[in-house]
Design a protein around this ligand. Structure first.
Ligand code: FAD
Length: 385
């Protein structure tokens, strides 16, 4: 724990922000722009002082970004917003007693709490344990492990990527174009039986399949798992493999289900259109940890980012003793830009697909624009508001 005096059990935060995720950075920005009343005690509880922006990780693999890029400085934003930072992990929630438990053993009491912790990796649960298994979640640990492999010169020559969603696809391209590799690694993308990019338009799937084939990335539409120490796809072995990367979506942390707050069937915090808990009105949630009760909303960074300002407005209203009125209405279609690692990218927008270096340039502009906005806000030296 750092930057805080929460050593005991009874310190009370008027607003407790749990997790420095993509929606909570918008809340910090809102607090900075509107200048929080100094009498309010607001706390950010998160294990790392910086948030790694996942959208830039495939580009980092391919050498398009440095490791220092694509980070949001949560500590600096919190300092500018007048928010206390507690570097610790939430391991329990009691919504009735209005307390969260910390990994270090303490507790934080709150009046109003907001959750944006993302989901947890489930690679070992789905594939089995193996020292070569690397879960993409948490994304910071994923980057650290690959950076360590790169630094030691022990980059993998044969890689299996498990997961046929946009994350798995981009990681397969990133690994195929791995910067600093002596030769391009052999990459197999195991999509699972659901196949490549379920939920995406046929035009997008066709372009992605063609790009995978062009780059020599093998695609297997089978569920994979470790059996007797071997990576298997159905009855076939995928050995030899030096590294197995899993991008299999996220699971809800156990402490959410155990809290007694309303959850969906998968254990994610159930919220209404204001992103307020359907069971406990003093609890809010956004990003991958939340599940909307009124509509299906895929777990993706786009929704965490777009819900952020709505979420911030509602927290502000409730702190001021007013009702939460703002609702997050997702757009009908969202733009997804998949980096193919070779200087190009594929765009998906509803039924439409496009491809080229210009798509990658657009992706870089959007991604760098998002992180630069927060870097400017975190910079206390200038007036960037
Ligand atoms: C390789 C890859 C590429 C992706 N690219 C895209 C993309 O281009 N577009 C897109 O829309 N989505 C993309 N995604 C999905 C996207 O990363 C997630 O949907 C998004 O990060 C979810 O944001 P979040 O705010 O819910 O949580 P996160 O971004 O995961 O942030 C969670 C925060 O909470 C903290 N935290 C975690 N547990 C705790 C705890 N117990 N207590 C306190 N704090 C905690 C974490 O340290 C972190 O700061 C990609 C995913 C991957 C793996």
């Amino acid at each position: 724990m750092a930057g805080s005096d929460f050593s005991g059990e009874h310190a009370q935060a008027e607003l407790l922000l749990v997790g420095g995720g993509h929606a909570h950075v918008a809340v910090l920005a809102d607090l900075i722009r509107r200048a929080v009343p100094s009498t309010l005690r607001i706390v950010l509880l998160t294990p790392e002082p910086r948030l790694r922006y996942s959208g830039m990780v495939p580009g980092w693999l391919a050498g398009q970004h440095g490791a220092g890029e694509g980070l949001v400085d949560l500590a600096a934003l919190a300092a500018r917003a007048g928010v206390e930072l507690v570097l610790d992990r939430c391991t329990g929630l009691d919504p009735v007693a209005r307390q969260v438990r910390l990994a270090s053993g303490g507790t934080i009491a709150f009046g109003l709490a907001s959750f944006d912790t993302g989901g947890e990796g489930r690679a070992a649960a789905l594939l089995g344990e193996d020292p070569r298994l690397l879960d993409v979640r948490p994304i910071g640990a994923f980057v650290e492990r690959l950076a360590a492999l790169r630094a030691s010169g022990r980059l993998p020559a044969r890689v299996v990527v498990a997961g046929g969603g946009a994350g798995g696809v981009e990681l397969a391209f990133g690994m195929r174009n791995l910067a600093a590799a002596a030769a391009p690694p052999q990459v197999t993308l195991a999509t699972g039986r659901a196949g490549l990019l379920p939920g995406f338009a046929p035009a997008v799937r066709r372009r992605v399949a063609a790009a995978l084939a062009r780059q020599g990335i093998a695609v297997i539409a089978e569920d994979v798992r470790f059996e007797g120490g071997s990576m298997m796809a159905g009855a076939s072995s995928l050995e030899p493999a030096d590294l197995v990367i899993a991008a299999l979506g996220s699971a809800a942390p156990a402490w959410v289900r155990e809290s007694g707050a309303a959850t969906d069937n998968a254990g994610f915090l159930l919220v209404d259109a204001h992103h307020r808990s359907t069971s406990h009105p003093h609890i809010f949630a956004a990003g991958d940890i939340a599940a909307r009760a009124d509509r299906a909303l895929p777990h993706s960074g786009v929704h965490a980012v777009f819900a952020g300002p709505v979420f911030a407005a509602n927290l502000r209203s409730v702190l001021a003793g007013e009702p939460a009125r703002a609702t997050y209405r997702p757009r009908w279609n969202n733009l997804y830009l998949m980096n193919t690692g070779d200087g190009s990218a594929i765009a998906s927008y509803g039924p439409l697909a496009a491809e080229g270096a210009w798509v990658l340039a657009l992706k870089h502009r959007i991604d760098k624009g998002w992180t630069a906005k927060y870097a400017r806000l975190a910079d206390a030296s200038g007036d960037h508001l």
